[in-house]
Design a protein around this ligand. Structure first.
Ligand SMILES: [Zn+2]
Length: 610
């Protein structure tokens, strides 16, 4: 006998078999019991949530000879015929493959004939939003004058693509995503019935990965089962879902929370070299952080079995850290949709997450003031009883000690110093390194002596120099590029300010850059580094050009400067205008991505010959 997929074998036969759609099934059962059914239904919801199953059960129940409380009895001739697929009065159509007018026309003629065996003819049209306009019009005519004893069930994942004229003639049911707990329960039920054994953690991994779709959950379970002899192991579940092991996730999160960028990047590289999908990794991180948040308040809702790392993270870290992490992860998830270089975004993400939290205090304050606005509409001074010991940092405003963190975690405010201490723990050597600056004067100084030849020489050795660096430092320079050079200076553009400031503080990185670039280009002098934000670069360059023009012509208004920039550059700054136009044309809906792709994807080499 051919192997039957789990989701077929275990397709629900009755409304009570369906999971996670209690409102829908109860309403449909009532309608059948009380004879209050209508001519057309719209079943809307994400894939794998039971729309087609519900439609089939409905068709069976309404034709069942001995229905029991709105459920099909499953044994009468009609139920049997429906189960065997021999009941001609239940007609299924997949609009994804039959979106033509002809099929609907056939239905229009067909509906005029009375059902042959059953009480009702039931048309189930799956993915109905795929119908062509002509087909929708034909369908509408039928729905406008519905013949007796005919019921349409239209199923869709995208109701917004269905004409309003159709929707208004249907009774709409919204199917929910199946929550992980319900999927977990259904899977363990099926496995118990089959006599298979399983690691509970494995089933949790599958329930999470299925993301609200029961059919997906069962398909993944099928694959995981096919690996082992009737036993679902965590390892196989991770393999099939492409998820990262909980241990690796935990170690990664631990590293970023401890602001150990190096260790975090090493963990990331472990994840990537195992061929894990970037989006899946970010999703896993989001649900891990969510579980950490829930652990204190609602431990029954978390989706993993806590291990030691998880427990330590949950008890030692303030909730603000997880809120911030989830925000950052959500941003990265958006960015990942527009890039084909996900590893760069994951590296940037990792550096961001392991930052010494300069933003934590303001974020916390914002949250507090937002809370206060709700709770106390009138601006009021801090309540006097807030005499908790002041946080370590004097620059941090007092409200931090009252942060909702404490309320949410149930932890005393003594958690807070961990966050506040950090900047102190990590000395900032930024001013120590004399090799780099980021002010406009330094940029101008390089530009005034910049040549195309100098830049070409640096660009030619840039990749070799990067390869000499340790991996974490390489990651920083993956979002950086040389953009102008003179015999004694080099301007490097960074896509992200956070990386730029990090790089400026990294004396080891700066030393290597300066000495290796000198060695590799066989230059007589070391080049003083100037780091700029790549987005700011066009403005800086324009300002430089304006300044030059300003010295030549005394009455230069801002507008004139711009006009002159467009015309007079031809003399000695031939390519500037073209570059500006090119970069402006590429500003799209996701400027950061556009900028990154511009930097990585095309040549932005400057030509400044003097
Ligand atoms: Zn029956």
């Amino acid at each position: 006998m051919a192997y039957q997929a789990l989701y077929r074998t275990w397709r629900p036969q009755k409304f009570s078999d369906m999971i996670g759609q209690e409102v829908v099934t109860k309403t449909l059962k009532n309608a059948i019991m009380t004879g209050q059914t209508t001519h057309a239904y719209l079943f809307n919801g994400p894939r794998g949530t039971g729309k087609t199953s519900a439609a089939k059960i409905f068709a069976k129940a309404i034709n069942c000879l001995n229905p029991i409380n709105g459920e099909p009895d499953g044994v009468c001739a009609m139920c049997q015929a429906a189960d065997n697929g021999t009941l001609g009065d239940v007609i299924e159509l997949d609009a994804a493959s039959n979106n033509g007018v002809d099929e609907i026309r056939e239905i229009r003629e067909d509906v005029n004939y009375a059902p042959t065996q059953a009480k009702y003819k039931v048309y189930i049209i799956d993915e109905v939003h795929m119908l062509s306009t002509g087909a929708f019009n034909a369908l509408l005519k039928t729905l406008e004058e519905p013949p007796a004893n005919v019921i349409f069930i239209l199923a869709t994942t995208e109701p917004q693509k269905i004409p309003a004229t159709i929707i208004s003639r249907t009774q709409r049911f919204d199917f929910k995503r199946i929550d992980a707990k319900a999927a977990y329960d259904r899977m363990t039920y099926i496995l118990d019935q089959r006599g298979d054994t399983y690691d509970e953690a494995a089933i949790r991994v599958i329930a999470n990965a299925a993301d609200g779709g029961m059919r997906d959950a069962l398909s993944i379970l099928d694959q995981a089962l096919s690996f082992g002899d009737g036993h679902v192991t965590l390892e196989n579940a991770l393999l099939v879902t492409g998820s990262v092991t909980q241990t690796l996730l935990g170690e990664y999160v631990q590293a970023v929370v401890q602001q150990d960028t190096k260790a975090a990047l090493a963990k990331l590289s472990e994840v990537l070299s195992a061929g894990k999908d970037a989006s899946r990794f970010v999703e896993d991180l989001i649900s891990y952080a969510r579980d950490l948040l829930l652990h204190t308040e609602a431990p029954e809702l978390i989706s993993i079995v806590p291990d030691d790392i998880f427990k330590a993270l949950a008890s030692d870290t303030p909730a603000t850290v997880w809120y911030r992490m989830i925000d950052t992860l959500n941003d990265t998830q958006q960015q990942l949709r527009y890039t084909n270089r996900p590893s760069i975004y994951l590296e940037v993400l990792t550096v961001k997450l392991s930052q010494p939290l300069p933003t934590t205090a303001p974020v916390t304050v914002e949250r507090v003031s937002a809370t206060q606005v709700v709770a106390e509409p009138k601006p009021q001074p801090q309540r006097p009883q807030a005499v908790t010991p002041a946080p370590a940092q004097s620059t941090t405003p007092a409200p931090v000690s009252e942060a909702p963190v404490s309320d949410l975690t149930g932890e005393p405010a003594s958690m807070a110093p961990e966050v506040n201490e950090t900047p102190v723990a990590q000395p900032v050597p930024s001013r120590v390194a004399p090799r780099v600056s980021d002010d406009q004067a330094a940029v101008f100084s390089v530009l005034s002596a910049a040549t195309r030849g100098d830049l070409d020489r640096v660009v030619a050795v840039w990749a070799d120099m990067v390869n000499m660096l340790p991996v974490p430092q390489q990651a920083m320079l993956n979002v950086a590029r040389p953009i102008a050079a003179s015999p004694e200076g080099l301007v490097v553009g960074f896509d992200f300010d956070v990386i730029k400031s990090n790089a400026m503080r990294n004396a080891e990185l700066l030393n290597t850059m300066v000495t290796q670039i000198q060695n590799l280009t066989q230059a007589q002098h070391e080049r003083q580094l100037v780091f700029v934000n790549a987005e700011e670069w066009p403005k800086m360059r324009a300002a430089f050009v304006a300044q030059r023009k300003g010295t030549a012509q005394t009455t230069a208004t801002q507008q004139q400067v711009e006009t002159q920039t467009a015309t007079a550059v031809a003399d000695d700054l031939a390519s500037l205008t073209a570059m500006d136009v090119a970069s402006e044309a590429e500003v799209g809906p996701a400027p950061v991505v556009a900028e990154a792709e511009r930097l990585f994807g095309s040549d932005i080499v400057e030509e400044i010959d003097d």
